[in-house]
Design a protein around this ligand. Structure first.
Ligand code: MEV
Length: 326
């Protein structure tokens, strides 16, 4: 494939999971939204074989021929799997040249907002763009491979929303996936509250797997409950019945708490949101830390902003933009 550019920049959105996290790994539906906070990747070609990666105060340089050794050594920081992503994407084009890579994020890494998937998706898109390519299905499958490096059993929901943007229902069927875009209210806002607790998605997904292995019947009951909540939520979103959407979010949080993926901090934040007029609140993503999402109506916006003024928060609408060349 012919190299068309020497410099490229692309971005991908971070995301919130409104309903169905964890159970989506086992074939149940989930609802995800892309948000207005993005991750940006910039690359330029070097005239040697070194990959120089700059992300989140980590600055490392590795010769392209040594990248695969990282897999044997084990990843010790968030840059390491991204070196493999760069290598695999270059190999897709049979390309072998050095790159300077810079990745910037609007939100902290590890905040439960799909930063790993957005970082990979933006990086892969940037490299594709060097060759004048923008194939969403291929970018999805490379992003999914990247997620498998980071946590070994991803559902594919995070790569799907990073690439599509908007609001989607995601469902995994064995090696296949179903993505249904949902219409949404352009004015709809969510408040995101960071817990300040970092967590590792892969660990949380592994914990849930061992709960499932120990008590498959109970897990089945929980998974069916998650599906029921998600189906009700799809209807409520279509009807713009946000009071019901909020109630269902809180119900989903309670279910995730019973599953064991919440934390004291997350529960406290959810309760604080509800005590201050939120329509609903829940943890989002893998749990164990990360962030909560809060749904509210316009009348309670200021009260909630005031209630969380001691926390790191932001308010966001749903973003229609998936991966994008900048
Ligand atoms: C993580 O953002 C969402 C999980 O459901 C894992 C996955 O779907 O791969 C916890």
């Amino acid at each position: 494939m012919k190299l068309l550019k020497v410099y490229s920049r692309a971005s991908a959105p971070t995301k919130i999971i409104l309903f169905g996290e964890h159970f989506v790994v086992y074939g149940k539906p989930a609802i995800l939204a892309a948000i207005e906070k993005r991750i940006y990747s910039s690359i330029n070609i070097r005239n040697d074989n070194s990959i120089n990666l700059n992300i989140n105060n980590i600055h490392e340089e590795i010769d392209i021929d040594n990248i695969l050794l990282l897999k044997d050594k084990g990843f010790t920081n968030l840059a390491h799997p991204l070196f493999i992503v760069i290598y695999d994407t270059l190999m897709r084009f049979n390309a072998r040249f050095g790159l300077n890579v810079k990745i910037d994020s609007d939100v902290p890494f590890g905040s439960g907002l799909g930063t790993s998937s957005a970082a990979s998706a933006s990086l892969i898109t940037t490299i594709f763009n060097l060759f004048g390519m923008f194939d969403k299905e291929e970018i999805f499958s490379l992003t999914l491979n990247a997620e498998k490096l980071i946590h070994n059993n991803p559902s594919g929901a995070d790569p799907a929303i990073s690439i599509s943007g908007g609001l989607i229902i995601f469902r995994k069927y064995d090696d296949n996936k179903m993505i249904i875009p949902l219409e949404y209210d352009k004015e709809l806002e969510f408040m995101i509250v960071y817990s300040g607790e970092e967590r590792i998605t892969g660990k949380m997904v592994d914990n849930v797997r061992s709960i499932k292995d120990k008590n498959p019947q109970l897990f089945e009951i929980f998974a069916n409950k998650s599906e029921e909540i998600t189906q009700d939520a799809i209807q409520a979103l279509k009807n713009k019945d946000y009071a019901l959407v909020g109630k269902l979010m809180t119900k989903n949080h309670e279910l995730l708490n019973r599953l064991g993926v919440s934390s004291q901090t997350l529960n406290r934040l959810v309760e604080h949101a509800l005590n201050n007029g939120a329509l609903g609140a829940k943890l989002t993503g893998a749990g164990g830390g990360g962030s909560i999402i809060v749904l509210f109506n316009a009348d309670n916006r200021n009260r909630l902003l005031e209630a969380f003024k001691g926390n790191k928060i932001f308010v966001t609408k749903i973003s229609n933009n998936g991966i994008k060349i900048e």
